[in-house]
Design a protein. Structure first.
Length: 145
């Protein structure tokens, strides 16, 4: 009986220590800044007039200790054109990705994405959305009829 109680006490002590260490690790991870810190990852244009491109620029900060480079910015379709910082972004510096959606001949709601990859393995998906109208005073509700 003493062996069972001793074994239970040891098991309880070990599990308590293991949990405390796990919680400390989790707390440290939660407090660490993201390696690539985006100001925002979604942009809603709301309503845009058909014709000119709808452009959104997404900015980020490099929180790593080494320069990073964007290796790819892949749009979800041909109606969206990406552009991005082509030079290495030094630690603490900012870079950008621009998404340009071609509105001409595309009335109605849209939601598009750009998948961004960095040379350090980080990946992010950025989103743009909105509703293209043919006239300035046209409303979204008119398109749903």
């Amino acid at each position: 009986m003493k062996k069972i109680l001793l074994l239970a006490a040891v098991a309880f002590s070990v599990s308590t220590v293991a949990f405390a260490q796990t919680k400390e690790v989790v707390d440290a991870v939660e407090q660490a800044p993201a390696p690539i810190d985006w100001k925002f990852q979604n942009h809603d244009f709301n309503t845009v007039v058909m014709g000119p491109t709808a452009d959104a620029t997404f900015e980020f900060t490099n929180n790593t200790d080494v320069p990073v480079t964007i290796t790819e910015a892949k749009p979800s379709c041909g109606c969206t054109t990406p552009d991005w910082t082509k030079t290495p972004i030094l630690p603490g510096e900012t870079g950008w990705v621009k998404a340009s959606y071609g509105t001409d001949g595309r009335p109605g709601y849209f939601k598009k994405s750009i998948k961004v990859a960095f040379d350090n393995g980080e990946k992010t998906t950025l989103y743009i959305s909105g509703t293209v109208v043919t006239e300035k005073n046209e409303k979204e509700s008119d398109l749903k009829k």
